[in-house]
Design a protein around this ligand. Structure first.
Ligand code: HPA
Length: 277
């Protein structure tokens, strides 16, 4: 089967499993997966049951689609994502996004756990992603000779949709939640950074760093989805405080920030609906 037919088959399976696929999806990063526990009428589908999709191998990443209602909003969730550092190719890790687009998803909210590069941030902060710097060493459009020039030489000057960024900012203000707004840099991982690297990312203009998100954001932009990005700051970048970094700490802080994240989503989603019209 060629790639396009395989993606169509996976999108058909997503549609037939869930009946309807919501037009809005959310990728839940490390520690934020339990956001779906707040949804009603939940149904799940493991990634591994779709053709061409590989399982997530990271602790804290379940590896399934979840469909349900958060308040009045029907959402498709990705509980766990695929990472470049798991040894998957860029094209493999963006497949869920390609499948969701084919199944009718038009808006994508991408979340992650990230280390603070900006020394004024604190663990537990949420950061609205304004822009990104790709230091992963590759991107998912490399080698896609099947794509048109316009899709390959993709304009990313507003990769994070301005109306959705405004909606998130307004929503945070309306619930008196202080959020940060800044630039996310992604590296391949899986090692955390050195203090010298964190200083370099700061000099480059980054505010937070992580190991995901950018491939999905590039693909979602190629597929003309509206994209919003939110980082949960789980730790200070290496060398800022002298504390050592651990994956358990990352998932623990993100889980604790989840309630703020849920409040932010609850306030922002009505405005996201308007942006889609
Ligand atoms: N660096 C990279 N990725 C991360 C970090 C970090 O400090 N924290 C959570 N994800």
């Amino acid at each position: 089967m060629d790639l396009s037919s395989e993606l169509d088959a996976a999108a058909d399976k997503l549609r037939s499993h869930f009946g309807t696929v919501p037009d809005r999806a959310i990728v839940l990063g490390s520690g934020l997966g339990d956001f779906v526990e707040l949804w009603t009428d939940r149904e799940t589908l493991p990634y591994s049951s779709l053709p061409g999709l590989v399982p997530s191998t990271v602790t804290g990443h379940k590896g399934q689609f979840v469909r349900g209602k958060f308040g009045d909003h029907l959402l498709l969730g990705m509980q766990g994502r695929l990472h470049f550092y798991e040894g998957y190719s860029m094209q493999q890790i963006v497949r869920p996004v390609e499948i969701m687009a084919r199944a009718g998803v038009k808006q994508l909210i991408v979340t992650n756990a990230a280390g603070a590069v900006n020394a004024a941030y604190q663990p537990g902060d949420l950061m609205l992603i304004s822009d990104h710097i790709n230091l992963m060493g590759s991107n998912p459009l490399v080698g896609r000779s099947d794509l048109s020039y316009q899709e390959k030489f993709l304009d990313l000057s507003a990769a994070y949709h301005p109306a959705l960024r405004t909606a998130l900012r307004d929503a945070a203000r309306s619930i008196a939640l202080t959020v940060q707004e800044g630039v996310y840099v992604a590296v391949s991982g899986p090692v955390y950074e050195t203090p010298a690297e964190i200083r370099m990312y700061r000099a480059l203009g980054a505010d937070a760093c992580g190991m995901s998100t950018i491939p999905e954001v590039i693909t979602a932009n190629r597929l003309r989805m509206q994209v919003a990005g939110i980082s949960c700051i789980t730790n200070m970048g290496a060398g800022i405080t002298g504390d050592l970094l651990s994956h358990d700490e990352v998932t623990d802080i993100a889980a604790r920030a989840m309630q703020n994240f849920a409040s932010l989503m609850s306030a922002a989603l009505p405005q996201f609906s308007r942006a889609m019209l």
